[in-house]
Design a protein around this ligand. Structure first.
Ligand code: ADP
Length: 258
């Protein structure tokens, strides 16, 4: 399945690498990474997720993965493959338990990110989604420097405070000359868990995209099915969920030109 070269390094063929970043923690960056990966996988593409949020890895929880799924083979790591068939590498799959903190300074964190990129046998993938650490600090910088990202998607929410910080992420990407494909506005509105009605919860909606000359690729509502992903999985048959995944897949495929 996988080729090796003489240095015993994996030979990976990855067609598009998408970085998912956010100005702040808690806006749903990892949820957005999960939804992008799921949307593309459902369309029949091969997908991997590199969880480069070393100190706050959320991807294994979202997929309900337990420790130990990552195997070492020679000098490299074999990603964990989820039930959905998505390949995942995350710090939390290497720790004894997922509540154990990683108390490392920047250079070590950066090294871990580099290894997740260089020493992992991803094999052939259509898409690698890189769930980035929040903010614009040194590990985010390492991701941008070490991984040849084709396009960045910024996860945001319609709050004034978040909009201001989104601009920092966009300006960082510009400084690093990495294309920003657009924003995904999470928690954009609310879907009532009782009646299914759409509620515009945030009165002072801020369009941080137009301010920065960046388009909004998709809007994701706040809904019970999304908050329950880690315990119940994503009900992809649910009409509203299916519509959200379709919107995300369409936007990402258009940007990636695959
Ligand atoms: P981040 O990666 O930005 O820190 P997460 O993706 O971990 O954020 O999301 C933070 C919390 O918000 C999680 O508990 C997640 O389940 C919840 N959440 C995120 N997006 C939604 C949504 N659209 N609807 C409901 N809950 C959400």
């Amino acid at each position: 399945m996988m080729e090796k070269n003489t240095l015993d390094k994996p030979v990976n063929k990855i067609r598009k690498i998408i970085g998912v970043m956010s100005g702040k923690g808690g806006v749903g960056k990892s949820t957005v990474s999960y939804l992008i990966a799921s949307a593309l996988k459902l369309k029949g593409y091969t997908v991997g997720i590199l969880d480069s949020d070393i100190t706050g890895p959320s991807i294994p929880r979202l997929f309900n993965l337990k420790k130990g799924g990552i195997q070492a083979e020679g000098n490299y790591l074999i990603p964990f493959e989820t039930q959905q068939g998505i390949k995942v590498v995350s710090m939390n799959l290497l720790l004894e338990n997922d509540e154990q903190p990683v108390i490392w300074r920047g250079p070590l964190l950066s090294k871990a990110v580099q290894q997740f990129w260089e020493d992992v046998a991803w094999g052939e993938l259509d898409f690698l989604i890189v769930d980035m650490p929040p903010g614009t600090a040194d590990v985010a910088l390492t991701v941008m420097q070490a991984i040849p990202i084709n396009g960045l998607i910024v996860a945001t929410t319609p709050h004034e405070m978040v909009a201001m910080i989104v601009s920092k992420s966009i300006n960082m990407a510009k400084a690093m000359k990495i294309p920003v494909w657009g924003l995904i506005e999470n928690m954009s509105y609310l879907i009532c868990p009782e009646c299914g009605k759409k509620i515009d919860f945030f009165e002072n909606t801020v369009n941080s995209g137009s301010k920065n000359g960046v388009e909004i690729l998709a809007k994701i509502p706040m809904m019970r099915e999304i908050s329950a992903i880690s315990t119940k999985g994503l009900p992809v048959q649910n009409e509203k969920v299916a519509a959200i995944l379709e919107e995300i897949a369409e936007a990402v495929l258009k940007k990636s030109a695959l």
